[in-house]
Design a binder for this molecule. Structure first.
Ligand SMILES: Nc1ncnc2c1ncn2[C@@H]1O[C@H](COP(=O)(O)O)[C@@H](OP(=O)(O)O)[C@H]1O
Ligand SMILES: [Mg+2]
Length: 265
């Protein structure tokens, strides 16, 4: 289990990766390639992942890392230990290309199938969220490219939904299952957001529920999941079971989930 100083050091590393991303974001033209699965990738994804892999080897020596770009290059590993890190260096590549600022750097720590600690950093928003089981969740807002100081961190917590709920859903990916699910709830307000920022909106008490029935990979969700759980929320399978990590047999692919501002059960 990490302590607060390790978590802050993890945030500093994510901000460092974010600087590399902003270097590309601020260029006049962003070069975009298509990966084998036809999803977009840019030079920022690869450069940021290299920064994270180097830094994580120092912060978490000896801990296996499963990262998006390495996995799309070399394939996902055929097994994984009980404790490992999931890295998505640039979640929301479509938002990055659209230049709407809603992309994030994500590092999540998994122990025995559970997302227990994580950091989500939004380089173009200057916002960083951290959280860990037993430590709580925190946000820091700083100038772009600046590492948050130790006193910049404010505790965050989910809210108890009122009569109607605020739902948050993907800006780029939705489907009829998501709409069908939302139609079963008393939704008073809807928001869209790209990437793992949706977990952070629920973690900060700005939304109550984030349903996702479209495909995601484990590295897309572990960091945001850890922050949300530490803030008092939960992520469940659509059937109400625990949403787990290390799904080697599924190639680290997630099924659908519903993220809530309240605890499981
Ligand atoms: N068909 C698909 N298969 C697997 N993952 C998908 C997918 N379509 C979208 N995603 C995942 O959804 C993420 C974007 O989420 P959102 O729509 O909430 O912003 C993408 O992250 P990347 O941008 O890191 O590739 C990608 O991993
Ligand atoms: Mg992603």
């Amino acid at each position: 289990m990490p302590d607060l100083s390790t978590l802050r050091a993890l945030a500093a590393l994510c901000v460092e990766a974010g600087r590399v991303i902003l270097d590309v974001y601020e260029k006049e033209a962003i070069e975009v390639r298509s990966k084998e699965d036809r999803s977009p990738v840019t030079e920022a994804d690869e450069a940021a992942e290299a920064v994270l892999i180097t830094g994580l080897a120092v912060l978490y020596p000896g801990i296996s890392i499963i990262a998006e770009e390495a996995s799309s290059r070399d394939g996902v590993p055929g097994d994984c230990p009980p404790r490992f890190l999931l890295v998505d260096p640039l979640d929301g590549t479509r938002e990055f290309i659209a230049r709407n600022g809603e992309f994030t750097v994500n590092v999540g720590l998994v122990e025995d199938g559970r997302a227990v600690a994580g950091c989500v950093h939004a380089p173009a928003l200057g916002a960083t969220w951290i959280g860990a089981k037993g430590l709580g969740a925190f946000v820091a807002r700083a100038a772009l490219r600046e590492t948050p100081t130790a006193d910049a961190w404010t505790p965050i917590a989910t809210r108890i939904g009122g009569e109607t709920l605020c739902a948050v859903a993907s800006r780029s990916h939705s489907n009829t299952e998501t709409e069908d699910f939302l139609s079963t709830l008393a939704i008073g307000h809807r928001r869209s957001a790209g990437s793992s920022l949706k977990f952070c909106l629920v973690a900060e008490g700005e939304a109550d529920v984030y349903p996702r029935f479209g495909p995601t990979m484990e590295w897309d969700t572990a960091a945001g999941h850890a922050v949300l759980s530490a803030a008092g929320g939960s992520v469940m399978t659509p059937e109400g079971g625990a949403f787990l990590y290390g799904k080697v047999d599924k190639g680290f692919r997630n099924g659908g989930f519903v993220a809530w501002g309240r605890e499981a059960g």
